[in-house]
Design a protein around this ligand. Sequence first.
Ligand code: 2IT
Length: 444
Amino acid sequence: MNIDKLMQSLEAKHSGEYEYLQAVREVLTTIEEEYNKHPEFEAAKIAERLVEPDRIFTFKVPWVDDRGEVQVNLGYRVQFNNAIGPYKGGLRFHSSVNLSILKFLGFEQIFKNALTTLPMGGAKGGSDFNPRGKSSAEVMRFCQAYMVELWRHIGPETDVPAGDIGVGAREVGYLYGMYRKLARENTGVLTGKNLEFGGSLIRPEATGFGGLYFVKQMLETAGMDIAGKTIAISGFGNVAWGAALKATEMGAKVVTISGPDGYVYDESGISGEKIDYMLELRASCNDVVQPYAERYNVPFYAGKRPWEVKVDIALPCATQNELNEVDAKLLIENGVICVGEISNMGCTPEAIESFLQHKVMYGPGKAVNAGGVATSGLEMTQNAMHISWTAEEVDDKLRQIMGAIHEQCVKYGREADGYINYMKGANIAGFLKVAKAMLAQGVL
Ligand code: 2IT
């Protein structure tokens, strides 16, 4: 595989799609050695076929706001690869959404979904619509207008969307309602549904819980215990909430959460009712964490990120590239032991390089945050069987899946000196599964 040539051709075709090119470069450079052991991959041009999505839908979403004014947003669905199962991946509604971001997320999703051991292909979608500050009626009208266009391209055995940033149970409910009406069928076409119409227990907690199951195993593999460790979390949404809940239950102490406005530092630990309060904060329309600092009388650092705090473990739980080289160096100086991305591509390539150089344990998003989509896969299974599992059954399966992902990362990521390069391990394990499936099915 000639990575430079392939990257140059992608850069020429998709110039300016920085996040997408970043995600592709990371995967190609980490799988190169393994790839070159398989001449059959090169002969079938697996890399060239994998880096381009199967297809992309882009559509206009017109809707009417509460003042009676017509609004026009852009909607997307990127169906990246379905060699091992139906396209699967979330929808992101945020003003920053563009094709580059959805293509990086869709590309990452291929390998993440392969790692879960469940039969799911990779996809992502969304819109530049921002639900923050909108009334529920506006969100409903937008979701309905979005689904009027998307419904023809998805289905329970074809493409199964879910939530991501800006898309929670409320949005999934409105999207599902319109799909059901248009398709005239009740199926598991979306995951992250409410329990009353096919949702799974533990799905809201799953990304955060899965992340902590994984981080606990990383520490245990290095002979350490998560109990008693201090943790910096970024974000204050669903993922940060689930992570704080499980970290606290495991005996660790979460000392930060953050928003676009800055971060709060709660030295005594964000636990108990303070974790419940995160949900209230998220539900309020302002997208700020400062009220937490006022309510619990703790310091708030405006415009700053939580990576300057001295902690044992850092868990990015917000968005892509939220932890850069400067942040990484600060964390390392402060003695960080482990960094687990529960957000997608939370660290910049330079930050990752610093962690690897300093032999800090680093878990990439496609392994650490796979618990969310894994539990979506379990929701699909329950829907297909027309049954629902108990919380314990789902949680047990989630633990097993996170354990299996960890095992694959160790198998393919352990280096000669014993250091586990989880990024390399996750990329190789996810890639091999998809590549073998593509190879067996011919040139498509
Ligand atoms: O990034 C992710 O894995 C998700 N947003 C969840 C996707 C899903 O289909 O549950």
